[in-house]
Design a protein around this ligand. Structure first.
Ligand code: SF4
Length: 224
């Protein structure tokens, strides 16, 4: 019923009709739900052949701030949610303690939506993660991340860790040199301020970097 109603509304909107239900916010949410459905069917790169569950992102579409990591890992692949497990819990607490926001108040996603695996024939194997290739990254950004960005239109994007920072900023420099700075950039059709910071999984291994992370979040808070 819900799907039929969405289709009906979409048809009326495509026909250019205006009405109470055609609020920009509702329209945006419908388009993002549609994009999520497309992702669930997507097999545009080889990651789609082996993933268990693609991960669109978690949180709200109606937010000023978006967090972007590299790609789903083992737990994410099994749950279809981004940043779960210990690293996800740490990210939630950093957001809460430094910005006074919960996961439901922000949008968290990854560059690629499916789990890149060294041995794709065995998604049950631990330690099977690998970085996405340039080709996989390029395809997924075009198909999904750019559209998410253009629909959500955050004013601030926080890149988590070196790979997502390098990809979004198109730079080769590592996170240690890029963090602590604000970059203004057009990503697809959206002009955003980008603040790179450490990935929470790295912070679990290197807790001494938490002080620098807190500095990054002070910068982020000023931008909101
Ligand atoms: S990683 Fe992205 S482009 Fe590749 S199959 Fe998954 S959703 Fe599609």
């Amino acid at each position: 019923m819900k799907e039929k109603f969405k289709k009906y509304i979409q048809l009326r909107m495509d026909a250019g009709e205006e009405g109470l239900w055609f609020s920009p916010k509702r329209n945006k949410n419908l388009q993002l739900d549609e994009l999520k459905k497309q992702m669930e069917e997507c097999r545009a790169c080889r990651l789609g052949r082996y993933r268990l569950n693609p991960c669109f992102g978690n949180g709200t579409y109606n937010t000023e701030i978006m967090f972007i990591g590299e790609g789903p890992g083992f737990v994410e692949d099994h749950r279809g949610e981004v940043f779960v497990g210990r690293a996800g819990k740490l990210l939630d607490s950093i957001i809460r303690d430094n910005l006074g926001l919960e996961r439901k108040d922000v949008f968290i996603t990854n560059i690629v939506k499916c789990h890149p695996m060294k041995d794709p024939s065995n998604p049950e194997k631990r330690g099977n993660d690998r970085p996405p290739t340039e080709e996989e990254t390029g395809v997924c950004i075009k198909k999904f991340l750019e559209k998410q960005m253009d629909l959500i239109r955050p004013s601030v994007v926080v890149t988590l860790g070196s790979p997502s920072t390098r990809t979004i900023l198109k730079r080769k420099t590592g996170i240690t040199k890029l963090r602590g700075n604000i970059f203004e950039k057009r990503f697809s059709n959206t002009k955003v301020k980008i603040v790179p910071t450490y990935h929470p999984a790295y912070l679990l291994r290197s807790p001494s970097k938490k002080a620098e992370t807190e500095k990054d979040f002070k910068l982020i808070k000023k931008l909101l």
